[in-house]
Design a protein around this ligand. Structure first.
Ligand code: MN
Length: 244
């Protein structure tokens, strides 16, 4: 099982979640929302080689935590994974748009300067702006657009730019989401929980909810879950090789 975007640190019981990831053999990209959360979140991955901790600054708090960009740069030197970063153009986030853009550009520049990172990117109501920024920073690394909700045309530009996509149960369960997923090359897709923000049946989605995402992908791709899981494993391994 692969969970390419989970906020383990924001569950009420992060240690328990991390432990269960070992028991259940779930590979997790453990994203953070602030640079100051990185160290504590990294500690959750101690003795668990299946948890990859990512350094992030979520666009929804990019203005409030602008001063942490310095810490971001310091920590970025030693990390391979970046996330959650990006832009949010939804009405409630528009007032901070300029600061979001400044922070995201800064982050992409840092990634570029450090030779490229693997990045989990938020692009709600901001797909074209995110794609444009990525195209301005060609050497920033490999971008995974998490829970992509842009148009088909925007998705095609993202694919042409080399982006990857992480998809979760809520995306697969909408008609629009399924149509988008059908146009993603199978070699560039990963599953995600986005827990604990995503809730299914009233409960925060744990990383192993990706098993359900695999089953739903199998239905969409008209193949069995074993085949889907093999593809996802292959994808994750080749994703890691995109960064030297
Ligand atoms: Mn998230």
């Amino acid at each position: 099982m692969i969970d390419a975007h989970c906020h383990i640190d924001l569950f009420p019981n992060p240690e328990e979640i991390a432990k269960q990831c070992i028991d259940r053999q779930v590979t997790v990209v453990s994203v953070t929302t602030t640079p100051s959360a990185y160290k504590g979140t990294l500690a959750l991955a101690k003795a668990n080689p299946l948890i990859f901790t990512a350094l992030g600054l979520h666009p929804q708090i990019a203005e409030q935590r602008h001063s942490e960009l310095e810490l971001f740069d310091d920590l970025a030197e030693s990390v391979q994974w970046i996330g959650e970063v990006g832009l949010d153009g939804s009405p409630e986030c528009l007032p901070t748009w300029r600061k979001q853009e400044a922070a995201f550009s800064h982050i992409l520049q840092t990634c570029e300067r450090l030779g490229g990172k693997i990045m989990s990117i938020h692009s709600r109501c901001a797909a074209s702006s995110v794609i444009e920024k990525l195209s301005l920073h060609k050497d920033c690394g490999t971008a995974i657009l998490h829970w992509f909700s842009g148009t088909k045309k925007e998705m095609e530009s993202a694919i042409a730019l080399g982006c990857w996509f992480s998809v979760g149960v809520p995306m697969i369960r909408t008609r629009k989401g399924r149509q988008l997923i059908e146009s993603i090359p199978r070699s560039r897709i990963l599953t995600e929980s986005d827990g604990p923000f995503v809730q299914i049946d009233g409960l925060p989605s744990p990383p192993w909810i990706v098993d359900l995402a695999s089953q739903e992908l199998a239905a969409l791709w008209r193949c069995d879950t074993v085949e889907v899981n093999q593809q996802l494993r292959l994808n994750f391994d080749s994703l890691r090789k995109t960064i030297g």
